[in-house]
Design a protein around this ligand. Structure first.
Ligand code: A3P
Length: 289
């Protein structure tokens, strides 16, 4: 069998892995995909807690019932709209649809602007995103694997990685300051999982009793997601992921960057952060150190 492609597609200046995206899938998403008023979007830059939010939304939607969570893979339950499989999964799916996206705001479906659909945008400390993405690239066979962390770090801060610049992605979404967009943080979810679930329920207008809320919180803990075959990506064939090299659910903590970054690498990222993100007060808001 041929090796899996590690090539990327550059679409409107943004880098997408060719394994799951084509110009057609990205054009369709932007220009033709019909957003419905009751759609709920889980939007992130990769490695910011996407899977975690997929599972929180699934369990809120099922009122804590674990059957869908335990029987259907996450990527089918809360599929990525922009991927080649997105159209097939979503076009005829009954409402309310739960949808994932890594798209930067400027490439998001145009029909979102005139809809009442809701977006939850989760942001994570970029230093931990960099480390998580670096490790993810080591286990996947469809992403270029850079073994040298210094080299990867330099690509990350330049935005020369999948979905391009973290800084542009996050600032683009933060500018969408509107009532149907909720900003969540990975670190906030770690610190207060129950409070975070309640906040999401409030935003979605879902009034759940204590028992379903307990189920959402319990079943979406790092440990339980790591053990759930439908969330943990162990269903992905060896052809695409080397499961011997590591787990998708790697550490699930904040601050692991300190084990990877040198002082100089940390300062370099801080400087770009200062230049590009200072307007948003994120560090203070999310207590990133
Ligand atoms: P690490 O590689 O730092 O462990 P995504 O789903 O966007 O690809 O993000 C994956 C990252 O989120 C991984 O980070 C993963 O361990 C972490 N993660 C997923 N679920 C989590 C949870 N319930 N609690 C804490 N971290 C979680």
């Amino acid at each position: 069998m041929d090796a899996v492609t590690q090539e990327n597609l550059i679409y409107d200046g943004i880098k997408f892995p060719k394994i799951a995206h084509t110009e057609d899938s990205l054009n369709y998403t932007r220009h033709e995909f019909q957003v419905r008023d009751d759609d709920v979007f889980n939007v992130t830059y990769p490695k910011s807690g996407t899977t975690w939010m997929q599972e929180i939304l699934t369990l809120i939607n099922s009122k804590g019932d674990t059957v869908p969570y335990k029987s259907i893979p996450s990527w089918e339950r809360v599929p990525w709209v922009e991927q080649t499989t997105g159209r097939g999964f979503l076009e005829n799916r009954p409402s309310p649809r739960l949808i994932t996206s890594h798209l930067p705001a400027q490439l998001f479906p145009k029909s979102f602007a005139s809809s009442k659909a809701k977006v939850i945008y989760t942001v994570r400390n970029p230093k931990d995103v960099c480390v998580s993405l670096y490790n993810y690239c080591q286990i996947t066979k469809f992403l270029e694997c850079i073994e040298n962390f210094a080299e990867f770090h330099s690509m990350f801060i330049k935005g020369d990685v999948i979905y391009s610049s973290w800084f542009d992605h996050v600032s683009g979404w933060l500018k969408m300051d509107q009532t149907n967009v909720l900003l969540m943080s990975y670190e906030g979810m770690l610190q207060d999982p129950r409070g975070s679930v309640l906040k999401i329920c409030k935003f979605l207008g879902r009034d759940l009793d204590d028992a379903p809320i307990d189920s959402v919180v319990e079943n979406t803990s790092f440990k339980n997601l790591k053990n759930n075959q439908m969330s943990n990506y162990t269903l992905v064939p060896e052809e695409f992921m080397d499961h011997k090299k590591g787990s998708f659910f790697r550490k699930g903590i904040s601050g692991d960057w300190k084990n990877y970054f040198t002082v100089a690498q940390s300062e370099q990222l801080d400087q770009i952060f200062q230049e590009k993100m200072n307007d948003f007060n994120l560090k203070e808001k999310f207590m990133w150190d």
